[in-house]
Ligand binder design. Structure first.
Ligand code: GLA
Length: 785
């Protein structure tokens, strides 16, 4: 809801309020962002109590106007520029035709449009009007130069999100340059905050970092060309004592996939300014007379229930307003991906062998990953030549997809359309299509170059080649990959004074391609990928309903990576695969059930050579898939909780079903009791809670078997193997009927864990990397507690 009364603007979501006002001098002053405040009976009283009081000039500050002691240096504002005494991080930095940079945007008018249009040329949040989404446009004008600036606020009440963006219109007679134009600015009054950022590198995406915000500038950004695995654009600003379940916290993100910038500055008066938008480094945009420049959309949410509150808001927002199309609410197929099974060495025969096993295990989609196109036997060649390799696929893509469909599976394909290999027909014909600086040797990444998507001819070629792959080939799913960062940024179709626009124009070019193809192929499920999570952001999620979270398929690493994503993104958009052991990224061996348990909390897939597995492993996988299908809707649409650093839980929207998972890293003997803690269950409901016991192999006890046997058995001897074959060890069972109220508050103490001093049937064998899944179902029965 948007309330405008007198000089007050109050934006309310279900649980938050955001307020600003127009001061006497027509400056926009930020007043408040936090938990809902009561609707003011008198707007004037609201403004008077929160607005900044100024009666005399402060030492060494600049007076904004000659006749007033007001300085901009400590005034909370909505959108700051430079040159008039505000020395903090600016939101706008412009160079006018006379070379001057001072800018002074003042209020002119506002509008609450009836229709909420989507951003043109860039992805933006969808404003489904059934949920009371509303928009406010505040129009500002530069005092002297006359340039116009619109600040656009969109309020999403149910997810407690407010988005912001800015549009600069040059309706003057002279051109100007934009050196920075942020999407949002948030001025907070206290300095007792910390900033949480999520970054890492290939194979270890989304590590959580906490920085105490003391005096000075703290920046989370990328200059990699894409949002990148180095620093994700999602950040949180929280009171220093805020934690998982309590405390004031802001969640901030950008609907953008390129170079991004999120900065917190604690100023000398103890205020905190946050700005975010396109990274200003290297950015310079020439705005001709009559032109406009629109920033990407920034997403902001507030919660006083700590990080979990931010995650809940962000999850709801992403699911409802970012992810779109026919797959938004549709649980995704369980897939088998060929990459870690065969890497580049694929063939129709091998893929069909895999597909047969996948179908037998109950999987639903076979994905042919890299290696299928002409000359693609390693990552040295062929990107750009999107025609099937006849040696590997003699009947082309179509025959293979028909055969896969014949097995009852859907068929998916891998592409990397934004790239070009030097060794490719496309490069031989059109070297100018690659992004490179004339006369300078290119730096390569994964032996490849980036196509210059600022060039309309290149965009046309990419669209045409992808259309040829996607059309009439029986494609149900596409994995859209992107495997290098930017270097030698340059566009051959832009003038030299416009090279600072290249990176952003490139991203706009990609969005145009994606928009065209998504509209043309609405029935294909697209999965984003960039060497795993090198481009995991809200911009991409507007096109791809799911993204490959990391090339790291090691279950233990994945618990950390998926926990990292879960702060800002629902796990229903993070794909996760069960892979082989020793794991290909870490050489770690983890139990097959742990690999499944972790992957089931994302969008489940398998990436393993099923043809090489033992019969028992295939049977176990078939049971996993069967179980997943029964619980998929809970994993997909349920509310997710990081219960502890080694427990996740997901609860269905109607709270009738839930799944919790605990896991172990390195085992400790003689350990304390382990509690199964619960979140989000309905206090009033009664639940049947149980596990599916995990059968153990006697050989897991090694030599200890001799403690109980009358004869001595040598490890791995024939006798040892024979005993292990016939001695079934069913594993501990947990079975309770308890009320939601009891479970939410008290939990369950789980069976005692093996600690080196004894074992019986109910002992929980919880070795290194072991895990357990617990299932909750509402029952009509009576709970004794
Ligand atoms: C990237 C992806 C992988 C796989 C390979 C294929 O690394 O992240 O999943 O598709 O490319 O080359």
């Amino acid at each position: 809801m948007i309330l405008v009364s007198g000089n007050l603007f109050l934006l309310n979501t279900d649980h938050t309020s955001y307020a600003f006002c127009v001061r006497d001098n027509r400056l926009l002053e930020h007043l408040y962002y936090g938990a809902s405040v009561p609707e003011p009976r008198e707007a004037d009283a609201f403004v008077r109590s929160l607005s900044h009081k100024v009666s005399h000039s402060k030492g060494t500050t600049i007076n904004y106007r000659k006749d007033s002691p007001l300085t901009l240096e400590d005034l909370p504002t909505e959108y700051a520029s430079v040159g008039k005494g505000d020395f903090r991080e600016p939101a706008a930095l412009l160079v006018f035709a006379d070379g001057s940079r001072s800018a002074d945007f003042v209020y002119e008018s506002y509008e609450i449009p009836d229709e909420i249009a989507e951003l043109e040329g860039m992805p933006s949040a969808l404003a489904a009007d059934d949920e009371g989404v509303s928009r406010l446009i505040v129009r500002l004008r530069e005092n002297q130069k006359g340039v116009r600036l619109d600040l656009i606020y969109t309020v999403f009440p149910a997810s407690d999100v407010i988005t912001r963006r800015a549009v600069l219109y040059n309706d003057t007679e002279e051109e100007l340059q934009i050196l920075r134009l942020m999407s949002t600015q948030l001025d907070l009054r206290s300095e007792t905050y910390k900033m949480l950022t999520f970054g890492g590198n290939w194979g270890r995406e989304m590590e959580r970092h906490e920085t105490v915000l003391t005096h000075g500038l703290h920046v989370n950004h990328t200059r990699t060309g894409i949002s990148s695995n180095r620093n994700n654009p999602f950040v949180m600003i929280a009171e220093q004592d805020a934690g998982e379940r309590a405390g004031s916290c802001f969640g901030l993100n950008l609907v953008y996939s390129g170079n991004h910038y999120e900065a917190c500055e604690v100023d000398s008066f103890g205020g905190l300014r946050f700005v975010s938008g396109i990274d200003p480094e290297g950015f310079c945009w020439k705005l001709n007379k009559g032109d406009a420049f629109a920033t990407p959309e920034a997403v902001m949410t507030y919660s006083d229930s700590g990080f979990s509150g931010i995650s809940a808001n962000m999850h709801a927002f992403v699911r409802r307003h970012i992810i779109r199309g026919p797959f938004r609410d549709r649980p995704r197929p369980v897939l088998l991906n060929s990459w870690e099974a065969s890497y580049f060495h694929i063939s129709e025969f091998k893929l069909l062998q895999l597909a047969k096993k996948a179908a037998q295990a109950g999987m639903e989609l076979l994905v042919m990953d890299d290696g299928w196109f002409k000359g693609r036997n390693s990552d040295n060649a062929a990107l750009g030549d999107w025609v099937a390799d006849e040696k590997k696929l003699p009947g082309g893509i179509r025959r293979l997809s028909q055969k896969v469909h014949g097995l009852g599976l859907q068929f998916g394909i891998w592409v990397e359309p934004e790239m070009i290999s030097e060794d490719s027909d496309l490069y031989r014909k059109h070297p100018e299509y690659a992004m490179q600086i004339p006369g300078r040797e290119q730096s390569l990444g994964r032996n490849q170059m980036i196509l210059d998507l600022t060039n309309p001819a290149v965009r046309k070629t990419v669209i045409a080649s992808m259309r040829a792959v996607f059309k009439d080939n029986g494609i149900d799913y596409v994995k859209w990959d992107m495997n290098r960062l930017f270097s030698d940024v340059y566009s051959s179709v832009l003038d030299k004074e416009r090279q600072g626009e290249c990176a952003h124009r490139w991203m706009l070019g990609l969005y145009e391609i994606l928009d065209t193809l998504m509209k043309e192929f609405p029935d294909i499920l697209f999965e984003g990928c960039a060497s795993g999570g090198n481009r995991f952001d809200l911009g991409m999620l507007c096109y791809f309903p799911q993204i490959w979270g990391s090339d790291d398929t090691d279950a233990i690493m994945r618990t950390k990576i998926q926990s990292g994503y879960s702060y800002g993104y629902p796990l229903s958009c993070v794909s996760a695969h069960v892979s082989d052991c020793p794991n290909h990224q870490t050489l770690r061996t983890t139990p097959l059930y742990t690999r499944y348990n972790v992957a089931a909390f994302g969008v489940l897939g398998y990436e393993i050579n099923l043809c090489d597995l033992r019969k028992e492993e295939l049977q176990e996988i078939a049971l996993q898939v069967e179980m997943y299908k029964k619980w998929r809707d809970v994993f997909f649409a349920g509310d997710f909780y990081r219960v502890t650093d080694k427990e996740w839980m997901v609860v269905s929207k109607d709270k009738r079903r839930a799944v919790a998972m605990i896991w172990n890293e390195l085992n400790v003997p003689n350990d304390g009791a382990l509690m199964l803690q619960c979140r989000g269950l309905d206090d009033e409901k009664t639940y049947h809670v149980c596990n599916v016991p995990i059968a153990h192999d006697l050989k897991e006890f090694g030599n200890l078997v001799n403690m109980v046997l009358p004869v001595h058995v040598r490890q791995n001897s024939l006798l040892h193997n024979a005993i292990a074959k016939f001695k079934h060890m069913d594993g501990e069972t947990e079975d309770y009927i308890l009320s939601g109220a009891f479970l939410n508050r008290a939990g369950i103490e789980l069976a005692q864990s093996f600690g080196g001093t004894g074992y019986e049937g109910q002992t929980r064998l919880f070795q290194d990397f072991a895990s357990r899944m617990y299932y909750f179902e509402e029952t009509g029965g009576h709970a004794s507690l």
